[in-house]
Design a protein around this ligand. Structure first.
Ligand code: MUC
Ligand code: MG
Length: 367
């Protein structure tokens, strides 16, 4: 079970429909496939999605930090020495997606070595999650039509609506149109990606009172410390910290400081080991948890459901698991399918997936 080699392979797959939100746009999935090889012939895989506008990582930067810094620090370790690996990677600040993919690939390799699913290794609570679809910026009618299509074709009944545009009425009109168009049975929440000020957020939330929102996420920057605390104190729904609370220390600071009352866990930035730590902290603090999406492909979405299904708290709410549907293609031999609004884990060992060699050859950018 010794790690012998780590590969970081850049690939690019275009989106059929780009995702637009307050802090950026994604037109092409320019991700990095990470493979961890062991001395007994096992390979674990994961994908790292760079989000320069949120975490400062780029595709080329992820490849470089893995090749130059992280791979030499993990080669020679056993798959069972994950805490040592975490401590070594933690000596380098930042680089959350690069560290997360390496961590997940190690868990996948461990599951394959032991012939058990990663969900069983992590907690084994259930084998599925309800799916939430993220709706990016568009005109109200187009966003309602997309939500209706997701409900009709995939049975999805939870929607996260991207907000944060100016004037705020642009977005509140969308949320109102969604509630009117889809009825009271769907779950709706909003994510501002720090686009509004605290005062704009308060105005928007007042305007949307009565629309039955489930949560509000990262409407204004956490660095507007007193403004955000003022906003959160007046809301009657949980306020999710997403990009402001990546590590357990961030979560502690935001929650104890009154700037958040719930947390988004994203395996794409905390892997499985870091996500476990955030989960355990959230459980101890009594916080609601949503399994979030870092605009993941199929592999990343499967990692999210594999982790989310492991615990009661992470599988309680719908997870953000469907935006891979907007990509033109993917790398898995067997594509993910959402049925009746749910995504299930794969039956095989580890993550239970295989990478299609022809697809990887077509989309990789280093040859
Ligand atoms: C989200 O929840 O903010 C947008 C950027 C990113 O990193 O994740 C997405 C979704
Ligand atoms: Mg968010």
């Amino acid at each position: 079970m010794k790690i012998t080699r780590v590969e970081a392979i850049p690939f690019a797959i275009p989106y059929r429909k780009p995702l637009k939100f307050a802090s950026g746009e994604v037109h092409v999935a320019e991700h990095v496939l990470v493979r961890v090889h062991t001395d007994d012939g096992i390979t674990g895989v994961a994908e790292a999605p760079p989000r320069p506008f949120t975490y400062g990582e780029t595709q080329a930067g992820i490849v470089a930090v893995i090749d130059d810094l992280f791979a030499p620090q993990v080669v020679g370790l056993s798959l069972l020495e994950r805490e040592t690996m975490t401590a070594r990677l933690a000596r380098t600040v930042g680089n959350p997606a690069a560290k997360a993919a390496l961590d997940i690939a190690v868990w996948d390799a461990l599951g394959r070595s032991l012939d058990v699913q990663v969900t069983e290794l992590l907690g084994g609570y259930t084998d599925r999650m309800r799916v939430c679809h993220m709706l990016g910026f568009d005109e109200p009618a187009a966003m309602v039509a997309e939500a209706q299509r997701m409900r009709d074709q995939h049975g999805i009944t939870t929607f996260k609506v991207k907000v944060g545009r100016r004037p705020v009425g642009l977005d509140t009109a969308v949320v109102r149109a969604l509630r009117e168009g889809l009825g009271d049975d769907v779950e709706l929440y909003v994510d501002g990606n720090r686009g509004w000020t605290a005062a704009e957020s308060a105005t928007a939330m007042r305007d949307m009172a009565g629309l039955g929102l489930l949560f509000a996420e990262e409407l204004c920057p956490a660095d507007d410390v007193l403004g955000r605390r003022w906003l959160v104190s007046q809301l009657d729904v949980p306020f999710i910290a997403d990009e402001s609370a990546v590590t357990p220390a961030d979560v502690t600071r935001e929650v104890l400081g009154g700037s958040a009352t719930a947390v988004s866990i994203k395996c794409a930035r905390t892997g499985f080991t870091g996500s476990q730590r955030v989960h355990h902290l959230a459980e101890g603090l009594g916080l609601e948890v949503v399994m979030g999406n870092q605009v993941d492909g199929q592999l990343g979405s499967l990692c999210t459901v594999a982790f989310g299904a492991s615990y009661r708290l992470t599988s309680h709410r719908a997870g953000e698991l469907s935006n891979f549907l907007d990509m033109t293609d993917d790398l898995l031999t067997e594509p993910l399918e959402i049925h009746d609004g749910e995504l299930t884990i794969r039956p095989g060992a580890g993550l239970g997936i295989e990478i299609d060699p022809d697809k990887l050859a077509r989309y990789r950018q280093d040859t």
